[in-house]
Design a protein. Structure first.
Length: 99
């Protein structure tokens, strides 16, 4: 069962679609604004991990070049390594989440 909500922020419509994608994740939301979409998922375990003194967290920010009609040539065909801006964006998302 998916839940769709639309919110207007500074004159732009932001659309949230909950539990429509990534059905195996514990929680998921697709956030859309204009031509940009972000899929956010969260997975958790019912059991606590013992002996772990850190919070295991991963952020994967992936730009799909073929969605814009750009296919890079050379050694890295299709989706090679992440661009510098993709790596920096992943860090911008990751750093504020950590204590």
């Amino acid at each position: 069962m998916s839940i769709v909500r639309e919110v207007v922020i500074n004159g732009r419509t932001v659309k949230f679609e909950f539990q429509k994608f990534a059905k195996q994740a514990n929680g998921s939301v697709m956030v859309s604004s204009g031509g940009t979409q972000v899929l956010v998922t969260a997975c958790a375990s019912d059991k606590a991990m013992t002996g772990v003194d850190f919070f295991p967290l991963g952020v994967d920010y992936i730009e799909k070049f073929y969605a814009a009609g750009r296919v890079p040539g050379g050694y890295f065909k299709r989706e090679g390594r992440p661009s510098d801006s993709a790596a920096l964006t992943a860090r911008l998302i990751d750093r504020p989440l950590r204590p």
